[in-house]
Ligand binder design. Sequence first.
Ligand code: NAP
Length: 315
Amino acid sequence: MIHKVVIIGSGPAGLTAALYAARANLAPVVIRGLQPGGLIATTSEVENYPGFPDAINGFDLAEKMEKQAARFGTSFIDGIVQSVDFSERPFTLTVDNGTTVQAETVIVSTGASPRKLGVPGELELANRGVSYCAVCDGFFFREKKLVVVGGGNSALDEGLFLTRYASEVVIIHRRDQLRADPVLQARAQANPKITFVWDSVVTAIKGETGVTGVALKNVKTGEATEMAADGVFPYIGHIPNTALFKGQLELDENGYVISDGRTRTNVPGVFVAGDVEDHVYRQAITAAGTGCMAAMEASWFLDKQDHVQEALGTW
Ligand code: NAP
């Protein structure tokens, strides 16, 4: 069977694409992937998704999105896509459960994963003081001391955002020069709540049931120290989940899928939505927006193909 639309990934981008494709009678298939519901499903409270004035648990939000997409005829495959062949249509996708799926169009919404520090305590204290989303979780750290790791735009942007809540934000950077844009550097340096620890890396995150501090090492002197903190926000970059598409889709130097601003990739019939393409906003609502766009583009693409085939008499 050749599906009209197959969506890879089940975060807000993929599920919104599914909703729109289903309502266009395209009977989409969503391949759920490694993290069903996407990153949002791992967030405790979502307070910035419109329509939920009292906040909603991220898992519940993802579940509602999935139900809404299913209601209009989306079907789901539990599995991880292992390989894709975008060289000819129908496209072929191989799933780790042994299924081979064929599709007229594919929407890539595999998301991006925050780069991990890879230190003891990081995984154990995730969502218990370790967070990768200041916009999602900053509110829970009112009058707390926070550590932000990294020296790029995200670290400074999110560090500045966290000063709305925190009593103190300490930015720990492995060098003595920031990578972030000068305007952000100036703003962070002028903020009385922000201090910097230079030339240092986090070697462990401390705490039993919640974060109590971090262990640090000065990379120049080798000196090891400890610092008390109530939360840790690593912002050391994101890794778009695009390993699967190397050599088939055009990727930028950081591995994000390149689109033409209308979710179209370099392969006609393959569209992209959400964080796998967006390295700027990275919000559930923006992912949902591009998911909608990708489904509409896929629908228009299919309409056009039908007209061409009709004109050629091969339809
Ligand atoms: P980024 O620019 O790649 O910066 C990552 C930072 O983390 C760098 O300072 C890097 O140190 C540090 N780092 C990397 N691996 C590390 C490790 N293992 N341990 C400790 N530190 C580590 O990533 P980003 O800040 O997430 O930004 C990604 C993209 O989005 C960029 O293009 C950025 O400009 C853009 N962005 C823009 C804005 C804005 O314009 N307001 C806001 C957010 C993001 P080094 O500096 O030593 O390499």
